[in-house]
Ligand binder design. Sequence first.
Ligand SMILES: Cc1cc2nc3c(=O)[nH]c(=O)nc-3n(C[C@H](O)[C@H](O)[C@H](O)COP(=O)(O)OP(=O)(O)OC[C@H]3O[C@@H](n4cnc5c(N)ncnc54)[C@H](O)[C@@H]3O)c2cc1C
Length: 386
Amino acid sequence: MSTAEQQAELHDIRDAVASLCARFPGEYWRALDRDCAYPTAFVDELTQSGFLASLIPQEYGGSGLGLRQASAILREIHLQGCNAGACHAQMYTMGTLLKHGSQDQKQRWLPGIASGDIRLQAFGVTEPTSGSDTMALRTTAVRDGDEYVLNGQKIWTSRAEHSDYMIVLARTTPADQIRKKGEGLSVFMLDMRECPGLTIRPIRTMMNHATTEVFFDNVRVPAENLIGVADQGFRHILDGMNAERILIASECLGDAEWFIRKASDYATERKVFGRPIGQNQGVQFPIARAYAQLKAAQLVVERAAVMFDRGQKCGEEANIGKLLASEASWAAAEACVQTFGGFAFAEEYDVERKFRETRLYQVAPISSNLILTYLAEHVLGMPRSY
Ligand SMILES: Cc1cc2nc3c(=O)[nH]c(=O)nc-3n(C[C@H](O)[C@H](O)[C@H](O)COP(=O)(O)OP(=O)(O)OC[C@H]3O[C@@H](n4cnc5c(N)ncnc54)[C@H](O)[C@@H]3O)c2cc1C
């Protein structure tokens, strides 16, 4: 495909996403936000439209698109004032299965994930005591005949109540018995639909995110649901991190653009002291600066996506893209709030809702400090700091 054809394809995708999003205006999100309710209608439409199956190869019923196109989908959702946080995992969590699953496992699950019959929205890695230190997680999976028995707890397992399966990372070899650093954890596809011993408790958060804590009390998972190689689960999960970072960064780009458009329009219309507030440099400079941050972040994120699609190593670009994009969206959010003045705090403008939503990205799915530690150690060659 020529560059012009690729651009036209991205344009068409964004147009189609924009018209879907137009059916889910601010009122829709505000009502859900008030009740901490899940955007089922929105997620259903995105699923039926095939957007959430964009990264699944055509042989399994997906559209076989690349990360550039998937990024364009998520970015547009956020640019339109919607939030993909309710369903973005359906797009990329299957990456671990696609890359490390056996042929049988892929045939068994991927077509259902592509059609939406199987919801794979939940990803259980983080635990209360281990936090960013994934290798310190304590949930165990002990082999018992044809099954593994899970015991332990996860936290911040988003969308667990709206998912059929969860990708779970658990310890299969005790930490003091592993041969090599980074080993001893394994990945499982856990069917949560009929799952004795599994308890899911919602956590109320500052934004509407359907996140939960999950408890495993002798939960049995068939050994055939082990994905990839036992004890190599940490590496399998790490393999999917670049895609996740690029996709989340794309959501940040969409948020940043939403805030900048909203702020510049308001600054142009709102008159105080007999002239538009946007005529004051004190109002326009923060918006213009956030725009510059957005454009810089966009260049890195797009480059990371292109490199990913070409199969090139893109850890540096994916991490920098996520860092810069999450900072750009926050700078834009700040500028937008300041521009709206008191009206930023009124629900009806959606600014306060998006402001709460976009703050997450400097913490999850990975915090900015942990990105900096990656760059310091793996790109700049400095000593590991932790
Ligand atoms: C709304 C929400 C949804 C989430 N969804 C999921 C999900 O679906 N699945 C999942 O598995 N997880 C999920 N997470 C968890 C998320 O990935 C973690 O919150 C994030 O990785 C940070 O871990 P932590 O909260 O334990 O912070 P901690 O690891 O306790 O860190 C706290 C602070 O200390 C800093 N810090 C820690 N160690 C260092 C160090 N060595 N050097 C410098 N700074 C350091 C961190 O940067 C951070 O700012 C979600 C979190 C939230 C809030």
